[in-house]
Write a protein that binds this ligand. Sequence first.
Ligand code: 8YV
Length: 313
Amino acid sequence: MPVPLPRLIVEALELEFRLHKLWSAPDPDALVKQVAGDVRAIATGVNILAEGVNFPVTGDFMAKFPKLEIVANLGVGYDNIDAKWAAANKIAVTNTPDVLTEETADTAFGLLLNAVRQFSAAERYLRAGKWQERAFPLTASLRGRTLGVFGMGRIGKAIARRAEGFGLNIVYHSRRKAPDVLYPYCASLLELAKACDILMVVVPGGPETRNAVNAEALEALGPDGILVNIARGTVVDEKALVAALQKGVILTAGLDVFADEPNVPQELIAMDHVVLLPHVGSASHVTRDAMARLVVDNLLAWRDGKPLLTPVS
Ligand code: 8YV
């Protein structure tokens, strides 16, 4: 275990396996050398308990363990793991899909409502005693808007379901047209940005989507446009986003993820109308427990020679 995972995982794994906690070893390199020949499984995750603890499970790292068979990840996103290298070396990777879908979609919608109606700013206004002086200024509205979902996977679909209830028009762009979805499909991200005024980023991180939401896409989103990102900070060109927000190229943004967590650019913090959350998309007790359980259950299935519950394809 290279990073400190939730207690539920640590305790369950300690009962069933010999667990080496790299993060609490006085000399992690020495521990790796000492146990490298025995290690058959790695349990890891992103953005865990301790601030800023991100440990990329690279090919070089996995190569240190000749008997490695599986990497179990806490999180649906697994851009912290070189899954291609793992596949090429017959190492399984598991993640935690499904159990966090609805929670993350709730967070996405909370961010969107907050960004468009400026609830965080309104609350700060009330707490500062400014209501006594005058009413909070009027805001933009969700009414009559079109939601562009960038990434129509499980979470994208759960967000779209919510959007239907809120009376939004829905369009989307994914690598592929989703066979089970009737919303209009846009062939490119740029086309999507032109077709919508809320751009919801729900694609996986990693090299294929790095900086996909660039200056051109933000320009296409337009001056009434709202960007919501609950996926990975790497998907958005953060410098281009700061510039677009400062110049009014888009209206505002709701962000749960950032390029270099937990470091959030000062320019974003300085903009009162931008809604910023500390990567809490799945961060409720019930959902994080379900994710933790799934990490453990995948490892138990592997140990018992049973099919993995949620292998990454
Ligand atoms: C968590 C996430 O930040 O599932 C993901 O991909 O980003 C989040 O659920 C993380 O995985 C748990 O620490």
